[in-house]
Design a protein around this ligand. Structure first.
Ligand code: ADP
Length: 174
């Protein structure tokens, strides 16, 4: 069966999937927004593993991803990816955002995660334009699932705000 893509409005820390994706920053030390919410709800275990990864590889470059436990969260793993900060569109932001989605799915596949939930990476304090971010996210995930259909059941886009929710609904209903 082909994997499916769904959109939901809500809080990603409550979602029961194999892996939730975190919109982290390059330090991996936690921050605001969805990153803060995941670390708060997941317990210190997530930060401890992030610190181990940091000691090994010095953080996570933009567009790449790392995986940790999900601590107390209902998910099994947290995949921490770093989206680009929007700088007007001339700093490779589109490519880097696509990389963040693709590398998160690579890591999910490598860890046998069949259900994955994404937040709307870079559309908070990183100020990536929401319509463009949604197009990139849907395109990249769709392409990846077409290439690796046997490895996934469902990919969820968890939208926290109404604007993103509408954008994703429109893109996925066409
Ligand atoms: P970034 O630094 O990548 O922009 P943010 O955390 O500031 O990351 O925002 C990314 C997206 O995550 C935003 O659309 C924001 O509304 C959303 N968000 C914030 N909290 C949550 C949450 N608990 N669950 C899902 N999405 C969230």
């Amino acid at each position: 069966m082909q994997p499916n893509i769904q959109v939901t409005k809500g809080d990603i820390t409550k979602v029961q999937v194999d892996a939730i994706v975190n919109a982290a920053n390059t330090s991996l030390l936690g921050g605001g927004g969805v990153d803060g919410a995941i670390h708060r709800a997941g317990s210190k275990a997530i930060l401890e593993e992030c610190m181990q990864i940091r000691a090994r590889q010095g953080g996570c470059p933009t567009g790449e991803a790392v995986i940790t436990t999900a601590g107390n969260l209902p998910a099994k793993y947290v995949i921490h990816t770093v989206g680009p900060v929007w700088q007007g569109g001339k700093a490779n932001e589109e490519l880097l955002l696509a990389n963040a989605y693709r590398n998160s799915l690579e890591l999910a596949k490598a860890n046998h995660c069949r259900t994955v939930a994404f937040p709307n990476i870079s559309t908070g304090v990183y100020h990536f334009p929401k319509h463009l971010a949604a197009q990139i996210a849907v395109k990249e995930v769709t392409n990846y699932l077409q290439l690796h259909p046997d490895h996934f059941d469902t990919v969820l886009f968890i939208c926290f705000d109404e604007e993103n929710y509408q954008l994703y609904q429109n893109l996925l209903s066409t």
